[in-house]
Ligand binder design. Structure first.
Ligand code: ZN
Length: 1080
């Protein structure tokens, strides 16, 4: 399901979702779009720290308010580690050792290992009665993780596993309310809470740093998967899966359902269509040949009986793998599990759920798919082509997998990697498609291709891919490139920086990737030995001897290759819609008057049920902490503000395992307004253009060899109480402490020595950025709408939209032509940006490491600063620009919309109080969730309050409606006024908000959050004050807030990213309501 997590950058299932979700925030950090350099472009099982990307195939739950999305936006957040006073509560009857506990609770120990790589002891148990397997990992990580995973291979594309994943979280035996999942979102301190559907398995993970909270989450999830209400409740199936909706017998019937609409969104995105087509063609004979997420044309074939059977068959302990990780008592884990597992008998389904191997083809095949395109633009140039291989007829051993991952990084991992570079430099396409090596399924695959290809160049692309792979096999790789990849991979394995993703979850996904196929679950956690042996082989035999045979065997001589060509089809959407209408008309024609009356009645009944709140006693069944469990003070990030050569330096003394993290910040406010849209490309040029002495390939290799990565991106935000925005360019880098000097030298080199002279490369940057942004418009239209509304409401929003919204897209389109006509002009503009930025004045340095490494770094910082010019040559510009405040529709080819409405509530006199966080989270999780998602059928609906600018916005995600959703938004103030806030409900809302504010952060993120607070002028006293206000939020605050957000209803501006038909219908119903702008 889905739900991704970071709100605005987010988006769910499929490629996009995973891609964005571990980077945060749409306005404040833009690193996902602009960073480049040596961060691996994709990740496979072993090489990844963060969630892997090949996840185009997973469906995540859409979560509107999660810590990861907010921690940068809420500068008062107090950050962990949380010192909450709940020690693990061991039931008094658990005495003795872990082994005694296993015996007592019915488990047999299969194996026990110490995993040096993650400083853990891991024990694998089997539950004697049912055969359920449990991995119990103990270490000192306070961010505890639990997950239960079932093997759920589907036989068709009705989306059963996905719909079931949504539905089991809609009430269970012990927790008989509509959505316990949402109650947990509202009222727990979770650091992770979600569920995902893979092509062959379904995962339910939770995480928390608070032991009591953690076990509450575990209990709700265990009850949900084993005893869900949905298997007796047709209405849940209808709501989450599909149903016919008929409001009135005289109207048309339509299809509704959360998964149904979610998947319509997925099927509107060309990259997803491509990934799905490739997977299905690569695996025609096993379960991967169908779509576990559900094909919207097939979903309505699913019956409730089949749905119930699927649960009965696969959701039992014999087919489960269970993971525990962290610093809690391992005996308590077994006790909790035994309470559930003992209720079941062994079943034989784990044999039936095994995934069959796909045998290899003897001949390559080729398929052509259509994707929905807009009518504008040159369709001839919008083809895509991708070559895909199934690499092996059986799973690979770990060392081969690691070597393939390494090869993948060498070929595609950085902008300097040869396969990536040669494809992009060919000018045959705009951007890369296909994710390289993917090893999450039973057998590994490799995919590579281009989008934005002209129809007569398709064959040239195929030849270029094959030719380049052949050359790489014959000639091998540059030794410096091999060293750079090795360093990057080792750095990332040892740093183990999983961002906002719990480390224990990252390890669980790695382990499950093998365990789910009955292979050794320990092995994927132990990279040290295979990595050392790979290094030794490269040193002895040379890299060519290691990699060339792999390219030969797995790719060049492998006939199991599927070439997918994607053609733009401007009529596809209307054809699909007409087909759907025809089906629905037939359904209606076949119904008697009584049938229709009955359908209208059941539609009404479902809606009534959805809109009726849970009874208080049901709500109370979901366990929650009390306010006494919550610390009264925000946790301090140690911050020392000093001065080196007249420049402010912030230092955070934190244990970072010998890594130094730094941010070097330059003030952008002296930049001329017309140069703003060039800034993202300026940042990319710094990393990817090369200097006088080093071409960009050498520069990238040097960054890879000496550092853990460098990225450069703009940062913009409003500052509360100020007219002028805060706008900076941030250079972010990390290195082992011994390489700090190299890191600062390299930063100096990219800032001062890079030459803006390579016209062809710059042109590629423009095309890639354009392709990436077009993808965002389709997949994350809510982010585009939000940026557009901000641009109408404040200067910071305007700046950000110039560098990342529809205005930026228009700029890029014009720039593509201008590069050919006036390169000299562009080149000198880039130089001008550099001149106005680079100055000791307005520079700020932020560093996070332990005290000794911080002290050692000072001399390098001082030298770096000496080399900067002492003042900038340009005066401060003032860009108080806004977009016209008209309501707007951004029209794109899509079957689902993104609808936004926003206003600045500070302008109405509202004064910020901490309660605003509690209330806006509450609105998202109740009113908007119920009306926009549950009864409206959208995949997500939420609101967001930017406390810096005062902009309060509503947004929906993959929404079948437009005006109806706006009506829901407009009803929010009344909802608040009529709300009867029960004491328990209020407490949960407060605790959930604290959970967001105290979002778990690794040390680099703590240092970074502290930097942002400094830039935005948020002081410790203010954090304390907001926290107190959150903790003392009262029912009356909700009523007061209703008055503030009344302004959004009355004066708010609307931006919808929507289909042409829905926009036309809206303008027909409310003449001239939306100004129409065509984006794709
Ligand atoms: Zn979903």
């Amino acid at each position: 399901m889905e739900r991704a997590i970071s709100i605005r950058s987010l988006s769910c299932s499929s490629a996009v979702c995973n891609r964005f979700f571990f980077r945060s925030g749409h306005r404040l950090t833009r690193s996902s779009s602009y960073s480049s350099s040596s961060v691996p472009h994709k990740q496979n099982r072993l090489l990844s720290n963060v969630s892997r990307r090949s996840a185009r195939r997973h469906h995540w739950r859409f979560i509107s308010s999660s810590p990861s999305s907010f921690h940068v936006k809420r500068p008062f957040s107090s950050l962990s580690p949380r010192a909450i006073a709940t020690s693990p509560k061991i039931s008094p009857d658990i005495g003795g050792s872990q082994d005694d506990a296993a015996e007592k609770f019915g488990f047999e120990k299969i194996s026990e290992q110490v995993i040096e790589e993650c400083k853990s002891k891991a024990v694998l148990y089997k539950h004697k009665k049912t055969g359920a397997e449990v991995m119990s990992v103990s270490n000192d990580d306070e961010n505890k993780v639990f997950g239960i995973v079932f093997r759920t291979p589907p036989k068709d594309s009705t989306g059963i596993p996905h719909i079931l994943e949504h539905s089991v979280l809609c009430g269970s035996r012990k927790y008989p309310l509509k959505e316990p999942f949402v109650e947990l979102l509202k009222g727990s301190l979770h650091t992770f809470l979600n569920a995902f559907t893979y092509p062959d398995r379904t995962c339910y993970p939770v995480a928390s740093t608070n032991t009591k909270d953690f076990y509450n989450l575990v209990d709700v999830y265990l009850d949900a998967v084993f005893f869900p209400k949905c298997v007796e409740d047709l209405q849940t199936f209808q709501q989450e899966g599909w149903h016919y909706e008929l409001n009135n017998p005289s109207e048309d019937i339509s299809f509704k359902g959360v998964v149904f609409n979610e998947m319509k969104g997925v099927y509107s995105q060309p990259d997803n269509i491509l990934g799905r087509a490739a997977q299905q063609a690569l695996f025609p004979d096993n379960t991967y040949g169908v779509d576990s997420g559900g094909d919207p044309q097939v979903i309505p074939k699913l019956t409730f009986e089949e749905f119930k059977d699927f649960h009965r068959k696969y959701y039992n302990p014999s087919n489960a793998r269970i993971w525990f990780y962290g610093d809690d008592d391992p005996r308590e884990r077994l006790r909790i599990l035994s309470e559930y597992l003992d209720l079941f008998d062994a079943s034989s389904t784990s044999n039936e759920s095994k995934v069959e191997l796909q045998s290899l083809f003897s001949e390559p095949i080729r398929i052509v798919e259509k994707y929905p395109a807009g009518e504008g633009g040159d369709l001839k140039k919008e083809h895509m082509v991708c070559l895909n291989w199934l690499l092996s007829d059986k799973p690979l051993d770990l060392e081969t997998e690691l070597t393939l991952g390494f090869l993948d990084h060498l070929m595609l991992g950085t902008p300097a990697s040869p396969l990536r570079r040669i494809l992009l430099e060919s000018g045959l396409g705009e951007a890369i498609v296909g994710g390289g090596v993917a090893d999450e399924l039973l057998q590994p695959q490799f995919s590579i291709g281009l989008k934005g290809v002209s129809d007569d160049d398709i064959q040239k692309v195929e030849e270029l891919v094959m030719g380049t792979l052949k050359n790489l096999a014959e000639e091998g790789f540059d030794p410096e490139a091999v060293e750079a990849s090795m360093n990057t991979i080792e750095f990332s394995l040892r740093e183990n920086n999983t961002g906002s993703f719990p480390r224990g979850l990252s390890l669980m996904l790695r382990s499950i990737g093998k365990w789910i196929y009955d292979m050794d679950p320990f092995e994927p956690l132990k990279y040290e030995k295979p990595l050392m042996s790979l290094k030794a082989r490269i040193a002895e035999e040379g890299s060519k001897a290691v990699f060339s045979p792999l390219i030969q065997k797995f790719i060049l001589n492998n006939p199991h290759c599927v070439t997918v060509e994607m053609q733009p089809d401007p009529e596809k959407d209307s054809r699909d819609e007409a087909a759907e209408r025809e089906i629905l008309e037939k359904v209606k024609a076949s119904m008697t008057e009584e049938d229709l009356a009955e359908l209208a009645r059941s539609t009404q009944e479902l809606r009534l049920k959805q809109e009726t709140p849970d009874p208080p006693e049901a709500l109370r069944s979901v366990p929650s902490l009390s306010l006494l469990d919550i610390p009264k003070k925000p946790v301090l990030v140690p911050t020392e503000v000093g001065d080196i050569n007249g420049v402010t330096v912030l230092q955070h003394d934190l244990f970072t395992n010998d890594v130094l993290y730094t941010e070097i910040v330059f003030n952008m406010s002296s930049l001329k307004q017309e140069l703003l849209p060039l800034v993202p490309l300026f940042c990319q040029s710094l990393l990817e253009m090369g200097t006088k002495d080093l071409d960009f390939v050498q520069l990238n290799q040097l960054i890879g060899r000496k550092t853990g990565g460098i990225s450069v991106y703009p940062f913009t935000s409003s500052i509360r109480g100020k007219e002028d925005p805060c706008s900076h360019i941030i250079v972010r880098g990390k290195a082992m402490a011994g390489c700090t000097g190299d890191l600062f030298n390299l930063v100096n080199c990219i800032l001062q020595d890079v030459q803006f002279t390579d016209q062809q490369r710059f042109k590629q940057f423009v095309s890639q950025s354009k392709a990436r942004l077009e993808n965002r418009v389709r997949g994350s239209g809510h982010g585009i709408a939000a940026a557009r509304m901000d641009a109408k409401l404040n200067a910071a929003g305007w700046v950000a939209e110039q560098m990342g919204g529809i205005s930026y897209l228009e700029f890029l389109r014009a720039l593509e032509e201008k590069v050919d006509q006036d390169w000299a002009g562009i080149s000198s503009s880039l130089e001008e940006i550099r001149k106005s930025l680079l100055s000791r004045k307005g520079c700020l340095i932020n560093m996070t490491a332990d005290g000794k490494n911080l002290a050692n770094s000072e001399k390098f910082v001082s030298k770096f600063l000496d080399l900067l010019p002492s003042s900038s040559t340009v005066e401060t510009s003032s860009w108080n620009a806004r977009l016209a405040p008209a309501n707007e529709a951004i029209v794109i080819p899509t079957q689902v919309n993104y609808v936004g409405k926003a206003a600045n509530i500070y302008e109405t006199g509202y004064q910020l109080k901490g309660s605003a966080y509690v209330i806006s989270k509450y609105i998202s999780n109740t009113w908007l969730w119920d009306r926009v998602r549950v009864s409206g059928g959208a995949y997500g609906g939420f609101c967001d309050f930017d406390t810096h600018s005062g902009v309060f916005s509503y947004l929906s995600y993959r929404d079948p409606n437009l005006l109806k959703t706006l009506d829901v938004y407009d009803g929010t103030a009344n909802f608040l006024r009529e709300l009867e806030m029960e004491g328990d409900t209020l407490t949960k809302a407060i605790i959930g908000t604290i959970g967001d504010v105290d979002a778990y952060q690794l040390p680099d993120a703590k240092g970074y959050s502290s930097l942002l607070r400094f830039l935005l002028g948020v002081k410790e006293e203010e954090r304390q004050k907001r926290r107190e206000e959150i903790l003392s939020t009262s029912a009356n605050d909700f009523k007061e807030f209703a008055n503030a957000i009344e302004a959004v209803k009355d004066k708010g501006v609307v931006v919808a990213v929507a289909s042409p038909d829905d926009v036309a219908a809206a303008n027909e119903e409310r003449p001239n309501f939306l100004q129409v702008k065509k984006a794709l």
